[in-house]
Design a protein around this ligand. Structure first.
Ligand code: CO
Length: 287
């Protein structure tokens, strides 16, 4: 019988990281929070970008054709529209509040372009590693429109959109991901607090994209402001309290893989040999 340990420790903030400005694709300006010299990765997560601008010059160039192999890209839109297409004829339109969970597996070549010429473009791209056994799996898309992402009411002034995982009796629409991730978009009103249950052995980070919170148990809670990522210790929950004005944050966790990572640009494999193979396959048109 599985017994939930109510006394299991509340997670604490072990490290805070602020993103750095970067540019990717054909010149899209964004903030890279993970996948930098400061924070290379947090197993199984490899990268987190926040793009947020109402200046079309920052995003209009988009991301022309580029390959991926060996991991997953997750795009979560808060505002704006992105059009997606790949070399296998798949197309999709990502609107505000929608998510695309793409399992690149053995490889795809795709492009992403804004479907707007003005206005705010705001969202996140997350890279999630695949275990060695799944790196050459068939590519798979889970394109989830905004109205298919359920919201869990978690108490006074606290709610969350559930992209994947289960919280407050609500299960997210993204399923069958190797690292058994959770991905919640949590909203707390001014002064609201919540003890958020989490899979105890997962590596979990949170990233505050609006307002500020304190995270961690009373006495050792730390403040996390807009634009900061907090890496958490292990434990079965994290205590969150919004400061004045409330807070919005993503809470993301996954089962650590504990495997060697060989990474070069858009390819993430286990060995350097496999990276060379990925380049060969890409040049030969085999992705
Ligand atoms: Co891409």
């Amino acid at each position: 019988m599985h017994v939930v340990d109510e006394a299991a420790p509340s997670r604490t903030v072990v490290r805070k990281v602020r993103g750095q400005p970067t540019s990717d694709g054909a010149g899209v300006r964004m903030t890279r929070v993970m996948g930098t010299p400061m924070l290379d990765r947090f197993d199984p997560f490899l990268l987190l970008d926040e793009f947020r601008s109402d200046n079309p010059d920052d995003y209009i160039a988009g991301f022309p054709d580029h390959p991926h192999r060996g991991f997953e890209t997750v795009t979560y839109m808060l505002a704006g529209r992105m059009k997606h297409g790949d070399n296998q004829g798949n197309t999709g339109l990502l609107g505000p509040g929608s998510v695309q969970w793409m399992t690149a597996g053995r490889g795809i070549v795709h492009s992403e372009f804004p479907e707007q010429e003005e206005g705010l473009m705001w969202g996140f791209q997350l890279w999630v590693n695949l275990p060695a056994s799944d790196k050459l799996t068939a590519p798979r898309y889970q394109d989830i429109q905004a109205d298919r992402i359920p919201e869990a009411a978690l108490g006074d002034g606290v709610r969350a959109r559930i992209i994947t995982g289960e919280l407050g009796g609500v299960t997210g629409p993204v399923t069958d991901i190797a690292t058994e991730p959770v991905y919640y978009d949590v909203h707390l009103d001014s002064g609201a607090s919540y003890s958020l249950p989490l899979p105890a052995g997962h590596n979990v980070f949170l990233y505050v994209y609006d307002g500020s919170i304190s995270a961690g148990p009373e006495g050792s809670a730390r403040r996390v402001r807009r634009g900061e990522m907090a890496l958490l210790s292990h434990g079965s929950r994290v205590d969150l309290a919004a400061e004045y004005g409330g807070a919005r944050l993503i809470v993301v966790g996954g089962r650590p893989l504990g495997e060697p990572v060989a990474r070069y640009g858009p390819f993430v494999m286990n060995t350097t040999e496999e990276i060379y193979q990925a380049f060969d396959d890409y040049r030969a048109g085999r992705l």
